[in-house]
Design a protein around this ligand. Structure first.
Ligand SMILES: NC(=O)c1ccc[n+]([C@@H]2O[C@H](COP(=O)([O-])OP(=O)(O)OC[C@H]3O[C@@H](n4cnc5c(N)ncnc54)[C@H](OP(=O)(O)O)[C@@H]3O)[C@@H](O)[C@H]2O)c1
Length: 262
């Protein structure tokens, strides 16, 4: 391939199908927009039709192709149905984003079993199930594919106040690296996208004024991220051309937060 052709194919996702679980939300919605902009047919997955409609309108306005399939990300049966519907409609799945997530800032001694189990189910079990349901398809197909799991800085270093969230994200990082190792021989890449601090629905209640001040003090770029700033990293991980030798990576997009000590 000529070098100009190689360069222009690096981030071209035309003909690919991307399933974006959490695509009704802020970050994965922006990632979905980026995937559609690169040419992929995108399936937005979540529970809110209203949020899906807004994102679908944005993608359509940008000339992309996307549709919504509602699913509860903690239900294996619903994810299997999703997989079957997408395969029936499109004949393929190439990229899967596992991004359903919830948060809480409950002080440690006040965390109830119900809250702990709920966050564990949404943040960890959904990723486990997404990898199992879609990973099996990709491994059996044996023609490449990319799974992008949403991690967190709290999965790299524990962040204060968000105890259960941090524990689930630590586990997501661990599971992702385990699967990257297992599935590399089958040409399936598994990576973790690690956003720093981006205002969104799930973390609004956690972003109190004192915490915002603390985050800014530890962020060399001294600002929050904007959701669209995840698109470049998403395309790198999603593309079997650009990301051909990248698996088991924890790709941090955080304005330098992880580089800040004293
Ligand atoms: N924002 C940040 O600073 C930040 C930093 C690090 C990591 N992350 C991670 O990035 C991911 C996206 O979060 P976000 O910040 O964009 O938050 P968000 O706007 O609240 O989006 C969360 C998404 O998760 C979906 N969801 C939640 N529970 C679900 C369930 N049981 N079944 C199906 N979908 C479910 C929601 O869909 P519906 O409302 O349609 O159900 C929504 O689309 C999360 O995994 C989060 O932990 C975010």
């Amino acid at each position: 391939m000529k070098s100009a052709d190689y360069l222009s194919s690096l981030f071209n996702l035309a003909g690919k199908v991307a399933v974006v679980i959490g695509g009704t939300g802020e970050l994965c919605g922006a990632m979905a927009e980026g995937l559609a902009g690169a040419g992929a047919e995108v399936v937005l997955v979540g529970r809110s039709l209203e949020k899906a409609k807004a994102r679908l309108a944005r993608i359509a306005a940008l000339g992309g192709t996307a549709w919504f399939h509602p699913a509860e990300a903690t239900s294996k049966a619903e994810l299997e149905k999703l997989r079957d519907v997408v395969l029936e409609k499109t004949g393929r799945i190439d990229i899967v984003v596992n991004g359903a997530g919830i948060n809480s800032a409950t002080p440690f001694f006040d965390i109830t079993e119900e809250e702990f189990d709920r966050i564990l189910r949404v943040n960890l079990k959904s990723v486990f199930l997404g990898c199992q349901v879609f990973g099996r398809y990709l491994v059996e197909r044996g023609q490449g594919g990319s799974i992008i799991n949403l991690g967190s800085m709290s999965g790299v270093v524990p962040l204060s106040r968000v105890f259960t969230y941090s524990a689930t994200k630590g586990a997501v990082h661990n599971l992702s690296l385990n699967l990257a190792r297992e599935w590399a021989p089958h040409k399936v890449r598994v990576n973790v996208l690690v956003p720093g601090f981006f205002p969104a629905e799930q973390n609004r209640k956690v972003l109190t004024p004192d915490r915002v001040a603390s985050i800014m003090g530890h962020t060399p770029m001294q600002r929050f991220g904007e959701a669209r700033e995840l698109v470049g990293a998403t395309l790198l991980l999603a593309s079997d051309a650009a990301g051909s030798f990248i698996t088991g990576e924890e790709l941090i997009v955080d304005g330098g937060y992880h580089a800040m000590t004293i």
